[in-house]
Design a protein around this ligand. Sequence first.
Ligand code: ATP
Length: 303
Amino acid sequence: MGRRRIVTRAYAKLNLNLRVLGRRADGLHELRTIYQSIELADCLTVTVRPGPFELRCSDPAVPVDRRNLAWAAVVRASRAVGRGTPRDLSVFIDKRIPVEAGLGGGSADAAAMLHALTRLWPGELSASVCRRIASRIGSDVPFFLVGGTVLGLGAGDELFPLVDLPTHWAVVLIPTFGVPTASAYGWFDLAPRRVRPVLSREPLAVRAGALSLVGKLVNDLEPAVTAKYPEVRRMKAALRRAGADHPSMSGSGSCVFGLFSRRRDATAAAAVLRRQAWRVVVARTLSREDIISRESGCPRGAG
Ligand code: ATP
């Protein structure tokens, strides 16, 4: 068996907006969200070599068994193309995306794994089969097959690509605690809340690249997560003081981000924020085209 190696990036996302419209009969929540890819990325190296399937990860906190979403992707893809139980593959995940931060790291890895397998098994794994596998692994996994600026409806898996946001720089604050996604939705379901109207023009705001309207974008999970972790409020206040107009929590937390249209403003804000206890990452927003070019692999130090 020839030895082949594919190196690919799994880019993180931010939720520029996350409206929770209700709870569905299947237990999932009906969402209206705008996903945005950013250049912070895990790096997956997939090697074809004889022997049992193996997965390793640079972060010891991440499971390296069936619970890993990249592993789940391989199992489902092997079965779908009639290859049976996975074997003859070794996967290494160089973890750069913080875990349980609302940046979708596990889901991004699953999608990147599917992307790698389509290249390793040409003609076997169609785009539609990949999409089906992705949505079974998790509601946000299909987004990571697309990337860029995308409206997500349904459970977040019905995707409508938008005109890409003009390049911005996100300053992302990552606290020491993580928030499991299921917990955040559980707290949301239990929390008394004021119903905020869904603005019908939200996606249009991004379509027009009109980030001035980001002020009207909200994350409905934020109050419930903040009630458990008041530090989220402190992170937002610190970002605001550092010059971010409308900082927001991403996904189910725990990270909080602010967007800057000029790189030097983002870098200056990050320098101020690094004096505090949070991990600070500056990451450029990525367009769909940027995502396609991930074929070029992972230079040392990427992400
Ligand atoms: P979301 O933005 O969708 O809410 P998240 O960023 O909060 O996601 P992840 O970092 O994707 O959450 O991971 C959540 C859990 O998934 C972790 O507790 C981890 O045990 C598990 N997990 C499974 N596979 C992976 C993976 N490849 N990378 C990171 N975590 C993984």
